[in-house]
Structure formats: C-alpha cells, structure tokens
Design a protein around this ligand. Structure first.
Ligand SMILES: C[S@@+](CC[C@H](N)C(=O)[O-])C[C@H]1O[C@@H](n2cnc3c(N)ncnc32)[C@H](O)[C@@H]1O
Length: 253
C-alpha cells in the first residue's frame, strides 16, 4: 500500500487514478470475500435486482459494465440476458484478470452462455468505445470511487443510444436511520478488523472502502446530479433497510 493513499490529507474524493488502481490491485485477491463480508452476503441479490432493470433497445442487448472489477455484475447480467453482448471496463488489470478467469470458468461449466464478455482495461471517464452503442450501462459499487462524476455522466450519455438506461448499484449509509450507529460501527471497526484478521494485511484499504461508503451521498442527491447532467426519468429503489439502492436514469430520446 502506498503510504500516502489513505492519509487524512487524501480523503476518498481526492485520491487519483493511479492510487485507486494500486489499491484495487492490492486487494483484488480478497475482493470477492470482502464484498460478501461488507454486504452480509446480500450483494448477489442486489446485483440481480439491477440486472432485472436493464433495458434492451436492440435485442439481444448490448450492455457495458463500468468499473466491472472481478466480473460479478457481468455474471448476474448473463443470467438474466444469456444472449446479450457484454462489455466490462476497469482500471485495474488484476481485477480484470480475475474477471476473465471467473467468466471463462462459468462458460466452461455451462453456468452462462457464450459469447464471453469483452473485458477492457481503461478509465470509465475516457472509454475508447463507439458513441451511441449501448442499450444499458451499469456501474456497481464503483460510482463512489470515481472522483469526476460529471465527466463520467457525460461519457455515459455519449455511449448510450437515445432512450437507453444508466443504472447504478451502491451501498449507502443513512445517518438518520435507527440502524446508523450499528452500521457505522460495522463499517469503521468490524470490517477493517475482520479484513486484518482474515487477510493478514494492512487495514488501510478497508478503512478507505468504509469511508467511501460513509461519505457517499443519499440516492436522492445522486438523482439530482443525474438530472443536472442531462438524464431524464430518474428514480431509485432501496433494498435491505436502505443499505443498498439501484438508481437509474435515461438518456433523452
Ligand atoms: C468496489 S470495486 C467494484 C467492482 C465491481 N463493479 C463489483 O460490482 O464488485 C470498484 C472498481 O472500480 C474500479 N475503478 C475505479 N475507478 C475507475 C475508473 N475511473 N475507471 C474504471 N474503473 C475504475 C476499480 O479498479 C475497482 O475494480
């Protein structure tokens, strides 16, 4: 871990791309287990809730998953849209290597159908992909890591076909909730402690992830930003006592 990545001078919103990439490269071997711990085993259910809301304008569906990580959202989408053409983009090669292995195993075991999703190394803000080519674009547990959200929304609007849908899955901390003290303790204390014990590694990356959840705005604020960026017909649905939400908006026709 680069020592200055997570210092108080570098709160999550200020961390640059190289540092984000280094951090995810470091935790990539433990990422899937961490996701299960952080979501109390619910992330698979939340992913399926997002996959059910994908919009297909041109069958069998062209979907792009930004900040795709180890590919779990792509697997979920394939379950609901087996013949769709899928693209997953991420900044960290080590996360994509794990995604490739996981997706190839799923194809070999007939858990999902070919074609294999195309995995692309790159920045979600400057993807080298043709404009107006996707029916839906998704980002799961990744929006809170992107500093330049306005630029990301512009890029998504450029890549979607008119009328197509952008979907975000995120976990949220609601300070007004009755569960807030327990949730804060779980994020700030329990997760870094468990990660340190389970993975025998530095707890800094896990503290960063906890802070990124605590600092991420409420879904209604995210919707305000989407509307301001030019999306229309935006809404959201919460799950598991409001801890997770799927948020969506459409590119105007
Ligand atoms: C918390 S993980 C989420 C991974 C995956 N979407 C999931 O559902 O498990 C965040 C991912 O975002 C990626 N990431 C962060 N900033 C990015 C950017 N600007 N462009 C592309 N990927 C990015 C990281 O490399 C990491 O794999």
């Amino acid at each position: 871990m680069t020592p200055d990545v997570l210092s108080p001078e570098n709160p999550p919103g200020q961390v640059d791309l190289n540092k984000i990439e280094n951090m995810f490269s470091e935790i990539s071997p433990n990422y899937d287990l961490l996701n299960s711990v952080m979501s109390l085993g619910r992330h698979g259910f939340w992913r399926d809730c997002l996959s059910r809301r994908l919009l297909i304008k041109n069958p069998p569906g062209h979907f792009l998953d930004l900040a795709t990580g180890t590919g779990d959202q792509l697997l979920s989408i394939k379950k609901f849209h087996p013949k769709s053409l899928l693209f997953g983009l991420d900044l960290a090669q080590s996360m994509l290597d794990l995604a490739k292995e996981k997706l190839q195993n799923a194809i070999n075991n007939s858990a999902i159908l070919e074609p294999m999703p195309t995995l692309i190394l790159g920045d979600a803000i400057k993807p080298k992909l043709p404009a107006q080519s996707f029916d839906s674009i998704t980002v799961s547990f990744g929006l809170r890591n992107v500093k330049a959200k306005k630029a990301l929304y512009e890029s998504v609007l450029n890549l979607l076909v008119p009328g197509a849908r952008f979907l975000v899955l995120e976990v949220f901390f609601d300070p007004r909730s009755l569960l807030a003290p327990a949730h804060r303790w779980y994020l700030k204390k329990a997760i870094p402690f468990m990660a340190g014990q389970l993975f025998q590694s530095s707890t800094e990356a896990y503290e960063y992830l906890a802070d990124s959840v605590l600092q991420f705005p409420h879904p209604e604020r995210v919707i305000d930003d989407l509307l301001e960026a030019g999306f229309v017909r935006c809404d959201y649905q919460t799950y598991t006592f409001g801890v997770a939400a799927v948020i969506w908006g459409h590119k105007p026709l």
